[in-house]
Design a protein around this ligand. Structure first.
Ligand SMILES: N[C@@H](CCC(=O)N[C@@H](CS)C(=O)NCC(=O)O)C(=O)O
Length: 202
């Protein structure tokens, strides 16, 4: 398969670049200059009408949304390498659940924190930030209890589910989420972030 990834530094595309490294996959990575609005060119909008990175083409066919690309990379390339559970296993169900949990359930509350702390002046609010922080902490407690039982998201071995969930949780630290109050999440995140693939220049 011929893969072309459209990415940008310090963007949502970074976990995809990291997953490609974990999988040792050949991919033509094209860095867009978002400040120059290269993502809004007619050619790029034909691939992703949202005009956002990451966008990947598979033998010319486009796909967008980080979560969707991560799940697709896992099922397409990860199973053979032991980095993604096989279809039909309980672990596959858990992988899809936790990845969606991080991007959708946790991500939605994270946006509340981001808007309350870094949004336009009119929408900034200490009260909303405190409420979002409390709700994030409740979600982190669920993750902490999960990681108290096992060292990695899916059990005894690292997988691309750790990369996906770890990317969202790691980004949330940067936004001020109370990750540090959850010891098992913190210890797991340190292990995820120590992987060589997480420290490449993306
Ligand atoms: N939910 C999307 C978000 C993608 C997104 O917001 N990408 C940003 C970079 S982090 C972007 O391309 N921004 C350019 C723009 O909005 O013009 C995903 O995960 O793929």
């Amino acid at each position: 398969m011929s893969l072309v990834l459209y990415a940008a530094p310090f963007s949502s595309a970074v976990p995809i670049v990291q997953a490609l490294h974990e999988l040792d996959l050949a991919c033509d990575i094209r860095m867009l200059d978002l400040a120059k609005r290269e993502q809004k060119s007619k050619e790029f909008l034909a691939l992703n009408p949202n005009g956002k990175v990451p966008t990947i083409t598979v033998d010319g066919a486009p796909m967008f949304e980080t979560l969707a690309i991560e799940l697709w990379l896992g099922e397409t390339y990860g199973v053979a390498q032991g980095l993604w559970p096989a279809a039909g296993t309980p672990e596959r169900l858990q992988a899809m659940s936790w990845c969606a949990w991080s991007y959708v359930s946790y991500g939605a509350v994270l946006v509340r924190l981001q808007v309350a702390t870094q949004g336009d002046e009119a929408v900034r609010s200490a009260d909303h930030a405190a409420a979002a922080s409390k709700d994030l902490s409740a979600l982190l407690s669920v993750l902490d209890a999960h990681l108290a039982k096992q060292p990695w998201m899916l059990g005894q071995a690292y997988s691309l589910a750790d990369l996906a969930v770890g990317s969202v949780i790691g980004y949330s630290v940067f936004l001020g989420s109370p990750v540090g109050e959850h010891p098992h999440v913190t210890a797991w995140l340190n292990k995820v972030q120590a992987r060589p693939a997480m420290n490449i220049d993306a």
